[in-house]
Design a binder for this molecule. Structure first.
Ligand SMILES: *[C@@H]1O[C@H](CO)[C@@H](O)[C@H](O)[C@H]1NC(C)=O
Length: 185
């Protein structure tokens, strides 16, 4: 049967709304360490070695670390950034990101993250092995940083100088110790 005007019209409409509503999230790395390979793993697969990765749909249960030689596949021995990027389908259940130093994870390089294209600059930064901005025990939930903006993107920075990530200070569910910006010369 030949498509009728109305079925054609409907499929154009549906295709259009699919494009408009397509969810995606980009994860970007800024490796300022001069060494190492950014490693991004989603669903047990390495999906990036440092270049931008863009999901179609949510990017759930992803991990990232800078492979500096000693990291095992899931980032053991290294600082782990853990994230779920997803458009909120209920109040407060959008994206969430954190840094984990729960053993066997350990700080190999200063690690920071921040959102962009939504919740701009909100994030966390950990540059010492005892920073207060990372998980050390499974109930350190205050270190998680959430964002409820659709299609938000994530920047992960290694060895940032302090000005490349600007943690937003005032979300009440966080108790992050914010790194002071270096004095401009
Ligand atoms: C990442 O690097 C590894 C080792 O060189 C390679 O096997 C893999 O294909 C790369 N993955 C991506 C997504 O580039």
């Amino acid at each position: 049967m030949a498509p009728t005007f109305i079925t054609l019209f409907l499929s154009v409409l549906l295709a259009g709304s699919a494009v408009v509503n397509a969810e995606s999230h980009t994860i970007r790395f800024d490796n300022q360490c001069g060494k190492g390979t950014p490693t991004l793993i989603i669903g047990g697969h390495v999906v990036s070695n440092g270049s931008d990765f863009t999901s179609s749909g949510p990017a759930s249960s992803g991990i990232a670390y800078l492979q500096t030689g000693q990291c095992l596949f899931n980032g053991e021995n290294c600082a782990l950034t853990e994230f779920t990027l997803g458009n909120p389908t209920c109040a407060g259940c959008g994206s969430s990101v954190d840094i984990s130093l729960i053993p066997p994870h350990a700080l190999n390089v200063p690690t920071a993250f921040s959102f962009f294209n939504g919740c701009d600059g909100q994030g966390a930064s950990c540059s010492t092995p005892d920073c207060s901005t990372a998980f050390f025990k499974p109930d350190d939930n205050q270190v998680q940083v959430a964002c409820q903006t659709d299609n938000v993107d994530l920047l992960i920075t290694f060895c940032g100088g302090g000005s490349s990530s600007t943690p937003a200070s005032t979300s009440s569910h966080r108790k992050c110790q914010l790194r002071a910006k270096p004095l401009l010369q």
